[in-house]
Design a protein around this ligand. Structure first.
Ligand SMILES: [Zn+2]
Length: 264
């Protein structure tokens, strides 16, 4: 199980060497894609990730810094399949589950991809569905459980939640990813009895506040990775890393575009 950050920035104006948020997990020959900020397929392809091995596409919520690269991702898959000469790598005929809280955004991406033509031709089928709390993906030894958070506020009565955190599990590893979140405590129920790696966004939070909360509340995480960076880390990543290390020790890292972690 290998985790790679394709984009590590929150929704700021363009920043040097950082695209908006996206990461992939490679497991058992498949690529599981989480959020699709601008540049995600560009970085993935140039990093050598086999984009045609995509198995799933999950969105935590539909703000632009998480969906801005979706059209290009689909276009890149189409382009790579057109140039692919290895039948064992072909995506043609595959059915890809897409889990997205706002279906209108998915449809809009397909409209842009279609452009001026009358028909949209993707070589694979997309099973796009909204979701709610619970298991949203259980595929080839990888399970994704979603839990709503309050990043986008409380929905109106009977309306669905629009922003989620994820617990991503294989047979021997657990990653919990905050998504964008109002308070770190909202992700703690997903950590449950423990996780090997907790990914926490810093677009709306300070690293020392997060680290202090986790330690004071005995949250059972193994490693801690910060991503979806906000102004403080963008201005001084080394200084913010030191602040975090002083509280949780050396098990914390600050993700860059291209950071890759082999979780065994
Ligand atoms: Zn965001």
């Amino acid at each position: 199980m290998k985790l790679t950050f394709l984009g590590s920035c929150s929704g700021t104006e363009p920043m040097p060497d950082r695209f908006h948020t996206s990461y992939v997990i490679e497991h058992n020959g498949g690529v599981y894609w989480f959020d699709a900020g601008e540049g995600c397929s560009y970085n993935a392809h140039l990093m050598g990730i086999d984009i045609l091995a995509i198995r799933t596409l999950c969105f935590s919520h539909c703000h632009l810094d998480h969906v801005g690269g979706l059209v290009n991702l689909l276009g890149t898959i189409r382009k790579l399949e057109g140039r692919n000469e290895d039948p064992s790598k072909s995506i043609t005929g595959h059915k890809i589950p897409v889990r997205i809280p706002t279906l209108r955004v998915w449809q809009g991406a397909l409209d842009v991809l279609q452009g001026p033509s009358d028909t949209l031709q993707l070589p694979f089928e997309c099973d796009a569905q909204t979701y709610t709390d619970g298991v949203i993906i259980d595929q080839d030894g990888l399970k994704v459980t979603a839990r709503h958070n309050r990043h986008l506020g409380d929905p109106a009565p009977e309306a669905p939640w629009q922003s989620f955190s994820f617990r991503i599990e294989t047979e021997n590893q657990v990653i919990v990813s905050s998504g964008d979140i109002k308070h770190v405590s909202e992700a703690v129920p997903l950590i449950d009895k423990g996780c090997d790696l907790f990914l926490m966004e810093t677009g709306h939070h300070q690293v020392d506040e997060v680290c202090t909360y986790l330690m004071e509340n005995d949250v059972p995480f193994g490693r801690l990775g910060f991503f979806h960076h906000g102004r403080a880390i963008l201005a001084d990543p080394k200084g913010e890393h030191k602040k975090a290390q002083a509280i949780v020790g050396d098990r914390v890292f600050i993700a860059d575009d291209g950071t890759s972690i082999d979780l065994g």
